[in-house]
Design a protein around this ligand. Sequence first.
Ligand code: ACO
Length: 453
Amino acid sequence: PHDVGIIALEVYFPSQYVSQSALEQFDGVSTGKYTIGLGQTNMGFCTDREDINSLSLTVVQRLLERNNVDYKDIGRLEVGTETIIDKSKSVKTCLMQLFEDSGNSNIEGIDTTNACYGGTAALFNAFNWVESSSWDGRYALVVTGDIAVYASGSARPTGGAGAIAMLVGPNAPIVLERGLRGTHMQHAYDFYKPDMASEYPVVDGKLSIQCYLGALDKCYSYYKDKWRAKNKDSQTFSLSDTDAIVFHSPYCKLVQKSLARLFMNDFLSDPSPDYQHKYPGLEAFRDVKLCDTYFDRDVEKAFMAASKGSFEAKTKPSLLLATNVGNMYTPSLYGGLVSFLASRPIEGLVKKRVLLFSYGSGLASSMYSLRITSDRAPGSALERLVTSLEDLQARLESREQVEPRVFEKTMKLREETHHLAPYNPVGSIEGLFPCTWYITAIDEKHRRQYERK
Ligand code: ACO
């Protein structure tokens, strides 16, 4: 099959949020810490009415309905998530309820987990399946979803929640670039969830930033190797070969620092840097070592300033969901892709190359690229995809802002009732977006029941 890639995308985020500036006041931290220091504007969160199953049910049904895809046309369905509510039963099996009426149970794939990386692993599986001898001609469907919550303290403002579903198949408007994938995996205790009774992770914030930036360097270098091999050693890849650079976004400030870091990678590997135009004033940094610079203020400042134009043009447009919903974990990177696609008219998207960096603590990371097709005629797959994202801004704006104390109360309730059985959720149903799935009851055997609004 030709042009295997993403055919359609659907986003779901909770209908309520807390403002980061209100949270700064409420938490008693200095004004600007979350909004400027972390680059976050609002944070979406779920009440006890939603869990990973309901988020996934909502986003899958919405994707298939809005794109008029028949349930029989799905041959593979997988879920990438780190929001674990059952050690055995997958979210995928819960989603099979949606397929019952169609009679289609012949669907491969289950769940994949490693922090925020599971969605990318699921997507790679889907691409691989369509390109393989196992493919039966039908679509693959990938679900990324998480409820990202932290214990109160410095990590709490970096939470979020949401789900993104992607339809994968041939002749796609957003095509996977074959042979261009760099991966770095390593053992690290930067962020992990050893306490099965809690939704919260154990986090070493500083180490997680170092691991993220280190993985970024590695993946970029491996991606460049693949590029060189594909182009028969004739060319070195640099940021000027790409039109958009999208990152997993724990918080937006780290993304801006990451773009600066890729710029620094280009500079350090350039045999004859152009100090006049491209790298003015950076002579003093010619001999720095990547591994010595994770927290070097001077280096960070110089390269953030030098790469500001690239950041504004190629990365900032991808941060709409990241700054307004927060870190959704597995969907974060794909929220970046969606935000980029929704950020400009279709003429500005054709033939563009998008470079993506996926990171999941623990750690697993990859860099790869997608190419947008040139066919933007009315009724084309690209036009349909872009049109389907036109309501993104309006949906964000239609959410309800709630006070930090309501947010905190909700977090407390989730803490106290996490894994409780039997349990009847008390969160409001009226507040949910139309067509949202929600929990109606959890029985004494932990069996969960859902309904659609
Ligand atoms: N005005 C402007 N900026 C401010 C202000 C202010 N009033 N106060 C602080 N800042 C800046 C700081 O200088 C800092 O910026 P810098 O890093 O550029 O120096 C930034 O705000 C954050 O302040 P810190 O004091 O460093 O924040 P803290 O250590 O309390 O927490 C952290 C930040 C570690 C990111 C925490 O939120 C966390 O642990 N989050 C979860 C882990 C995470 O997301 N890791 C990233 C990769 S792993 C993953 O994806 C989960």
